[in-house]
Write a protein that binds this ligand. Sequence first.
Ligand code: ADP
Ligand code: MG
Ligand code: MG
Length: 204
Amino acid sequence: MMILTVEKTKQWMKEIHKRMETNKEQLTALDQAIGDGDHGINMARGFGEVVAKIDGTEYDSVADVLKSAAMTLTAKVGGASGPLYGTAFLKMATALQGQEVNQQNLKAATDQALEGIKMRGNAEFGEKTLYDVWYQVAEFLGSEKVEDWQEMLEVCQATIEDTRELKATKGRASYLNERSRGHVDPGSMSSFYIFEALATVIEM
Ligand code: ADP
Ligand code: MG
Ligand code: MG
């Protein structure tokens, strides 16, 4: 079954943007605790740019929308998260090129995104980064529960909570070393909004 169309993918980006605006202060507060306090601003502005770009553009495929989003994020978001999310969406686009999107190739595309994040940020699971959430989503999409999007979001939420007690070993939070413990990773939170938005448009 086709689960994403060009229209739905555009909607996905809009739903992400909405959440980044609504939760801008939360993301900023999380980043103030263990980073430089700009994550909410980076995400709200970045996805605002994505929406502005895709709104005025005609696309032939889901892959083209994702590629456009990726290039915008990489170009417009300073900081670690822009290029990381840019790479993730670009890898998804490449994996989905010339295909209609179904459960199977969405799983494959998420695996590729994960590889891209890893390549770009050199992170592994458990280092208190957004990689942790993408990893769990990729795992979930490969499991038998794959169509239960609400359960996927619960898995994400548990993963976010798990980042709290981890020590950061990548990104700015790693400068704090042991003092990074006790705070949720901001990028894990923004990744949750990305997948919450995806679940919303797929279920629409
Ligand atoms: P910056 O840290 O440059 O200000 P942001 O605040 O926008 O950028 O994003 C911070 C988030 O980026 C972190 O919470 C973390 O999830 C993610 N991140 C940072 N470095 C890495 C990395 N090397 N690999 C994966 N994710 C990372
Ligand atoms: Mg920051
Ligand atoms: Mg910054």
